[in-house]
Design a protein around this ligand. Structure first.
Ligand code: HEM
Length: 219
């Protein structure tokens, strides 16, 4: 029964071909360092799932943001756990993406024909850091407020365009409700969409080109 349903779907959707292309690929004999990309991918999924749950109660306005996070942490069933996973997962994702970058670099996996995999990776790391920066403001507590004041101030030291960047980031000369609104939009819409598209290209290339093998020592 299960087999015939699967066969029926497969005839129409080509599921087995997709499965074979994505999961049944030939890979060289690799080691644990090669799992860092998948670990980063897993952490991204974890952040998406826990983040979606957090938006159920989080309110992105200066009047309610702080209280809504207190409510999530102290009142909502398992809210502390979801928030805790999202909090620690954020730092872990940065650490794993960075470690994954180091591993591909030191194993020379960024060279021909994987340059575009590397370049999409660079943007993935930047977008991941952007997620950390935008997420940090959302609790709207003293630490978040002043860290973002300093962070945006630093961006403002860029020559010529500095002042413009500060205004775009803050939505005005000072941090305000506008800042919180745009950081929230960046955190839950812009950056996750950018990251998802980049991961799509990144993994398409990993599948298309195949994984690099462990470099051998020269004699
Ligand atoms: C959200 C962040 C990222 C995710 C989810 C991700 C995911 C992956 C996965 C699953 C693989 C295949 C398995 C592996 O080699 O570990 C891979 C390969 C690769 N990644 Fe990433 N990656 C990310 C960030 C980066 C960064 C920051 C760089 C470098 C700047 C990078 C460069 C590469 C390269 C060059 C490969 C090919 C490795 C090879 O063929 O041996 N990636 N990535």
């Amino acid at each position: 029964m299960g087999e015939s349903v699967l066969g029926w779907l497969d005839e129409r959707l080509g599921l087995r071909t997709i499965y074979r292309t994505v999961f049944d690929r030939k890979v060289p004999k690799v080691n644990w360092w090669y799992t860092l990309g998948s670990a980063t991918l897993f952490l991204f999924f974890l952040q998406v799932v826990t983040g979606i749950f957090l938006t159920v109660y989080y309110v992105p306005s200066p009047d309610h943001a702080y209280a809504s996070i207190q409510y999530i942490t102290n009142e909502v069933a398992f809210g502390w756990l979801i928030r805790g996973i999202h909090h620690w997962g954020a730092s872990l994702m940065v650490v794993f993406a960075f470690a994954h970058m180091l591993r591909t670099f030191f194993m020379a996996a960024h060279k021909f024909p994987r340059e575009i995999t590397w370049i999409t990776g660079v943007f993935l790391l930047l977008a991941t850091l952007g997620m950390g920066f935008s997420g940090y403001l959302l609790p709207w507590n003293q630490q978040a407020y002043w860290a973002t004041t300093v962070g945006t101030e630093i961006a403002g030291t860029a020559p010529v365009v500095g002042d413009f960047i500060v205004r775009v980031l803050r939505g005005g000369p000072e941090l305000s409700a506008l800042t919180l609104a745009r950081f929230f939009a960046a955190h839950i819409w812009f950056l996750p969409v950018v990251i998802s598209l980049l991961i799509g290209v990144h993994l398409y290339l990993v599948i298309r080109i195949g994984i690099s093998s462990v470099p051998e020592e020269e004699e």
